[in-house]
Design a protein around this ligand. Structure first.
Ligand SMILES: Cc1cc2nc3c(=O)[nH]c(=O)nc-3n(C[C@H](O)[C@H](O)[C@H](O)COP(=O)(O)OP(=O)(O)OC[C@H]3O[C@@H](n4cnc5c(N)ncnc54)[C@H](O)[C@@H]3O)c2cc1C
Length: 484
């Protein structure tokens, strides 16, 4: 059912047959093939609007398996989709009108919580925020947290190996996952829902599917790690003059707070000015007079008082050393949430400001100040007036290094004329500093070309061999991550 493979008439007969089979599997109301499907066809950033043959919305693993089998029989490729919040054009169909979007949204049940094993087993379509809430109701913590948590699904989080704000202490989605259930490209169900923390029995299939962005299998359920809820989470906001001082403050925080440091986010002045501009209701502290602001979170097992004292001591010392020029510690949960909202509003404020060139990169933490200085200077020299929106998870060496058009310039035109040049400059600089061109968002359809350029031929060869072995028909999200 690839375009060009058949005459229009045959193709449409084959498509009708497939649609009838899919409707039988999922139930007619759960097979969408007419009307406005843009919620499934357009990516979150509005950079790509594809055309799906249909959106199939199964509600069980068996139905997913049958959908995959039917598509495989008809040679129709499949684009798995969760919350469609991905930022690299990985979850939406291409423009051919022949791909089936396989939406996991209806598979949103928590299957069990095992408090003694500190795990929960959930279906792939569960919204991340709902899982955090379920854990909290049990007096436990599911630490994965990111600004899209109200819409993204755990299946999507695992498929992209999502990061977010708590990686510093708890790791990426990969580290929070003990087991998976997956439907492979042949429509077979792999039952890997283990709650084991130790299992050295050959190749780690779980780790193969985590981060594979829907190209190797469809994740249908997962067993996830839970943690004891900390007695307190105290948040502070600090103004730091330069990125060097932000990195020095991170070092001091790691020394003082050790494992109780659960968040360390950095935000550049221009990024914060966009929040102030587009979100009237949010108060953005100290940003006008400092190059960067930092959000710190201290999660303490003892008490709120202890957590606060630790943070106070850290910030007093940092001020004495000249690392911090101003700081505030949230006095209530509401105040802490307001500070986090400012951080989370940056991607939204940027979207309101207009299209921009996004880079989700990582560099060894020690080299970030030099990287930022070097790359800023390079871009400013090449494109006068260009504006850098820098923010991200400094504690993980992960920066969102985004490039906005000069003031007053049309964003669309800027993208068309400068994107390739800006990407080349930024990614070459990332490589020179020993970094990665995708820290947490993945490759999707957006960075396939970049991956081919920056990954070693040996690594690409092994990745292609895996893809060919598991999905010889190239049915699952073809053209995403890598071309075979
Ligand atoms: C405002 C905002 C802030 C964000 N912040 C962060 C952040 O801090 N850290 C971060 O890592 N990401 C962040 N993201 C990106 C995004 O939220 C994550 O990539 C998220 O994990 C995607 O989940 P999803 O359910 O929306 O997946 P989708 O967007 O639907 O899909 C993403 C990819 O996973 C595949 N996929 C989805 N579900 C499955 C499944 N069940 N089985 C197999 N493959 C599947 C898709 O084919 C696609 O390739 C942010 C996004 C937004 C909009």
């Amino acid at each position: 059912m690839r375009p060009n493979s058949d005459s229009g008439q045959n193709r449409s007969a084959a498509q009708s047959l497939l649609l009838a089979e899919l409707a039988q599997i999922c139930g007619q109301p759960n097979l969408l093939s007419q009307g406005d499907l843009s919620a499934w066809e357009r990516d979150w950033r509005g950079r790509s609007h594809g055309k799906a043959l249909a959106v199939a919305r199964p509600d069980s693993t068996e139905q997913v398996a049958q959908v995959v089998q039917a598509c495989a029989r008809h040679g129709a490729s499949i684009v798995p989709q969760g919350g469609n919040t991905g930022l690299v054009v990985g979850s939406t169909p291409d423009a051919s009108g022949t791909q089936v979007v396989l939406s996991l949204q209806r598979m949103n049940q928590v299957l069990c919580v095992d408090k003694a094993n500190l795990t929960m087993t959930v279906q792939a379509g569960c919204i991340l925020q709902n899982l955090q809430e379920v854990a909290r109701q049990e007096g436990l913590l599911f630490p994965l947290s990111l600004a899209a948590e109200g819409s993204c699904t755990i299946g999507g989080n695992l498929a992209t190996n999502a990061g977010g704000t708590q990686v510093l202490r708890y790791g990426n989605a990969r580290e929070l996952c003990l087991g998976l259930q997956v439907v492979n490209a042949q429509g077979q169900i792999w039952e890997g829902l283990s709650g084991l923390r130790k299992d050295n029995t050959g190749y780690d299939l779980r780790d193969l599917f985590v981060g594979s962005e829907g190209t190797l299998g469809v994740i249908t359920a997962a067993t996830l790690k839970l943690y004891p809820l900390p007695a307190a989470q105290i948040t502070a906001w600090a103004a730091v003059p330069t990125m060097e001082q932000a990195v020095a403050l991170l070092g001091a925080a790691q020394l003082h707070l050790s494992a109780s440091l659960t968040g360390f986010e950095v935000m550049g002045q221009f990024a914060l000015s966009l929040v102030a501009k587009h979100f009237d209701a949010l108060r953005v502290p100290f940003y006008k007079n400092s190059g960067f602001c930092v959000l710190l979170e201290n999660s303490d097992a003892q008490s709120p008082e202890h957590a606060r004292e630790m943070l106070e001591r850290l910030l007093e010392d940092a001020m004495e050393q000249g690392l911090v020029s101003d700081a505030v510690i949230a006095q209530s949960v509401t105040q802490a949430q307001q500070l986090w909202h400012v951080r989370e509003a940056i991607p939204l404020a940027q979207a309101q400001e207009g299209l921009n060139i996004k880079h989700d990169i990582s560099v060894p933490i020690s080299r970030i100040p030099e990287f930022v200085q070097h790359t800023n200077a390079l871009l400013e020299r090449e494109i006068a007036g260009v504006r850098m929106v820098n923010f991200g998870h400094l504690g993980d060496g992960n920066l969102h290094y985004n490039v906005q058009a000069p003031e007053g310039q049309d964003a669309q035109l800027f993208l068309q004329s400068q994107e390739a040049r800006v990407n080349a400059l930024v990614y070459d600089s990332v490589r020179a500093f020993g970094g990665s061109i995708s820290a947490e968002h993945g490759v999707g359809g957006l960075k396939v070309h970049e991956l081919e350029h920056h990954k070693s031929p040996v690594a690409l060869g092994m990745m292609r061999a895996i893809k060919r072995a598991l999905d010889p028909q190239d049915l699952l999200n073809p053209g995403r991550v890598l071309r075979v």
